[in-house]
Design a protein around this ligand. Sequence first.
Ligand SMILES: Nc1nc2c(ncn2[C@@H]2O[C@H](COP(=O)(O)OP(=O)(O)O)[C@@H](O)[C@H]2O)c(=O)[nH]1
Ligand SMILES: [Mg+2]
Length: 457
Amino acid sequence: MFDNLSNRLTSSLDRIRGRAKLTEDNIKEVLREVRMALLEADVALPVVKAFIDSVKERAVGTEVSKSLSPGQVFLKIVKQELEKVMGEANDELNLKAKPPAVILLAGLQGAGKTTSAAKLARYLKERHKKSVAVVSADVYRPAAIKQLQTLANEIGVDFIESEASQKPIDIANNAIDVARKSHKDVLILDTAGRLAIDDDMMAEIKALHTAIDPVETLFVVDAMTGQDAANTAKAFGDVLPLTGVVLTKTDGDARGGAALSVRHITGKPIKFLGVGEKTEALEPFHPDRLASRILGMGDMLSLIEEAEQKIDKTKAEKLAGKLQKGKGFDLEDFKEQLQQMKNMGGMGAMLDKLPGMGGQMANIQDKVNDKMFVQMEALINSMTAQERRNPDVINGSRKKRISAGAGLQIQDLNRLLKQHKQMQKMMKKFSSKSGMKKMMRGMGSMMPGGFPGMPKM
Ligand SMILES: Nc1nc2c(ncn2[C@@H]2O[C@H](COP(=O)(O)OP(=O)(O)O)[C@@H](O)[C@H]2O)c(=O)[nH]1
Ligand SMILES: [Mg+2]
């Protein structure tokens, strides 16, 4: 996400990072480049102007001249201003209402409303332990109701029936009734979109809004439309009291213009990012973490939160217990670790959040692709239980058998064994006091040559 913007910004800021002294001249030069980078990322012009002005004001002022390392301070200013333009802190959903708390989703056709309805339902169910129901008021395309039903079944939340022949308001009122009677905490209402914001659509959604008075009215908008995303959200927000924005398809958006423009243009917070097609691909929007990611400083916090969510705690504790008893980290454990990483969306998703990865994604992805995991697993599967517990017994003839069994070469197996040894060493240190830092460093050392560009932590 935001790869282009991140590359452009880090390369212009790199030159100033090390400067011992900042002058009007070199600030001007780097600001011109930052401005270009933002415009290329399709950030709306008023946002670019406001951003550059405040960075300039702070940078040429006392803040920098008093500092020991002006380059670093400049970077910090850029980061803080990036955060500010995106809204400073995460804005959570407000669900404080008499249950069911109703969330109304609106947006253009294809923006991702139905998908986001399911994603939100899953998010609230899994992370906030809410009981959730969903309903579709998209009466123009019967397939749309079915689409939501399929997704609801998939994630195991209640789907409240509706018919294309009903009026959206009736659907909504009935759904609130059903949700209340079945003691749901939250009801998510999916609506119909249009190709463009027109009077019909606004009239319909306004009537719906008035009738049900939702606690959250979220505008769902496609990040790939760049600054237009901010403009449509504004047009919509001028008519309805929006409480926030869900920015979808950020996984396909290398530019980032929408994420940077929406807050400033609409005055409304982005609350969530859609980061993929699957129902799990939803992230709360954290301006501070995103700024850090854009500037190539990584997003360790999100990575840790994700790890907490997705790593199987009982397995992790079992492993920790085993290591504490002085037992080794064997290939069976190694396989387990590979599976856990796969659960976290594979290497690509994790690399995206590591510090210093911005510019280097393309070439690493070739090297550390998820195919590698599959191969590693195949090799371990091809071993006997004894070999997994005690890899030292793996001699030449065993190597031949194992690699042939996995349909791979002996050097693939040698690499796996070496990576396992490194991981084992790391696990020894890790077993005394657990810590994400150590673990991350360990995963780096697993990869051939470590993670290029990753700073020593
Ligand atoms: N890659 C990606 N695709 C998405 C995301 N959100 C939605 N989509 C896709 O966008 C298309 C339209 O989504 P849908 O929810 O039907 O849009 P709606 O018309 O607003 O209800 C579908 O193919 C979705 O899979 C996202 O965050 N990332
Ligand atoms: Mg839909």
